[in-house]
Design a protein around this ligand. Structure first.
Ligand code: USQ
Length: 381
């Protein structure tokens, strides 16, 4: 397939590119390094910083992969249009969004950048696909956080509502707890509107917090690992816990720790992309998949890390701190995730072995851990 990846430099973008390049797809990688710039501006150096895409693409080419890179801001319609028009993709994977809830809650400037970057890039992609080839499959990374934590089961994208003896299928209600997550709700609304209007083919992936690294030989032999963040703005909870444990710092549980989320290993996340690519929706259909494999509360997650790392003689302390976020700390949570399982996903669960493997990877970079960038500083209210 000819596949364009928007946001190909990121934590998910680069492993996705490697995975698809070695499966003999022809790739166009697009990124403007906006996240790198933000991380530098905020002094949030990742534990592992992936090389830039021009270097990474050279390595892929030297291994026989058909791949090119263009430095394009997806918010620039003309540039994105010209690039996609020339490449003529069969599918576009859209990761080109600012992915941090804490970043989006810092202040007006950060909130607006998140909102305008995320909506504009999605809007531009829709218009490019509509103008160039309506059959092109858009695969968009959404988030489980769009649903929030409702007091009823979370369905996969849609819900049947019976009202005064009449039935209608609606998009499942969404109610997020950060501006970032809210921008993803708006993305989903935009996509659904344009699918209905123009018969586009879209898959929206509601992904939970991701953890881990893609440690394949090509990446590790050539020092091309994906970026791994652990700071308070760009790091996600499990990746942070592992770094905290390795650094001898307490695992920071925000509030009561009863917040439940659906988690997924990065390797499963890549499999979900493969499954989405191989199962495109019909024209005029929006597929929504809940992309996580297991549900945990933050307390359960911390306990799992603590008990697994005992096996390698790391004794992790768990510490509850005041929750910097405004989110429900005790709530019902039961989210469905059957679509991807039906398509063939075989979940890689969070076993002690997986936790230890990740900890050993982090231990390799232990000297680079900066303890000053871990404590949360952004308060929601
Ligand atoms: N948390 C802690 N301690 C920490 C960090 C986080 O207790 O040191 C808690 C948070 O309060 C939250 C949960 O862990 O309840 C998850 O937080 P997170 O920072 O791992 O994830 P979140 O901000 O929700 O966002 C991440 C990604 C985002 C993706 C989302 C999926 O940054 O791009 O969309 O996970 S989901 O959470 O399902 O919406």
């Amino acid at each position: 397939m000819k596949i364009a990846i928007l946001g190909a430099d990121g934590y998910l973008g680069w492993p996705t590119a490697v995975n698809l390049a070695f499966k003999k797809n022809k790739l166009l990688l697009i990124d403007n390094y906006v996240k790198r710039r933000l991380m530098t501006n905020f002094n949030k150096k990742p534990l592992v910083l992936s090389p830039k895409l021009d270097k990474k693409v050279k390595y892929l080419k030297s291994h026989g992969c058909q791949v090119n890179y263009e430095n394009i801001d997806c918010c620039n319609y003309d540039k994105l249009y010209n690039s996609l028009k020339k490449f003529k993709p069969d599918a576009v994977i859209h990761y080109a969004e600012l992915p941090s809830a804490p970043y989006s809650m810092i202040g007006e400037k950060e909130a607006w950048l998140t909102l305008q970057n995320n909506l504009r890039s999605t809007f531009n992609l829709v218009w490019c696909v509509k103008a160039i080839n309506k059959n092109c499959h858009i695969i968009k990374l959404g988030t489980m956080g769009e649903y929030g934590t409702p007091n009823i089961d979370i369905e996969e994208g849609w819900i049947n509502v019976k009202h005064n003896n009449r039935n209608q299928k609606f998009m499942y209600p969404r109610q997020a707890s950060s501006l970032y997550h809210t921008s993803k709700i708006m993305d989903t609304d935009l996509l659904w509107f344009y699918v209905r209007m123009y018969d586009l083919r879209v898959t929206d992936l509601m992904q939970g917090p991701v953890y881990g690294v893609l440690d394949n030989e090509f990446m590790s032999n050539n020092n091309l690992q994906n970026t791994y963040s652990y700071d308070d703005i760009f790091g996600t909870v499990l990746n942070r816990f592992i770094v905290q444990a390795v650094a001898g710092m307490p695992l920071t549980i925000y509030g009561s720790g009863n917040q439940i989320r659906g988690y997924i290993n990065i390797k499963d996340s890549l499999k979900c992309i493969d499954l989405a690519l191989n199962n495109p929706p019909k024209a005029g259909k929006l597929n929504i998949n809940n992309q996580f494999t297991e549900q945990f509360s933050v307390n359960q997650l911390a306990k799992k890390v603590k008990s697994a790392l005992k096996e390698i003689n790391i004794s992790a302390e768990i510490k509850k701190i005041i929750n910097p976020r405004k989110e429900k700390e005790k709530h019902y949570y039961n989210a469905k995730n059957t679509n991807l399982l039906k398509l063939g996903l075989k979940p890689r669960l969070l076993t002690n072995k997986e936790i230890i493997k990740l900890a050993n990877y982090v231990i390799g970079y232990k000297k680079k851990i900066n303890k000053n960038i871990i404590k949360p500083k952004t308060k929601w209210v």
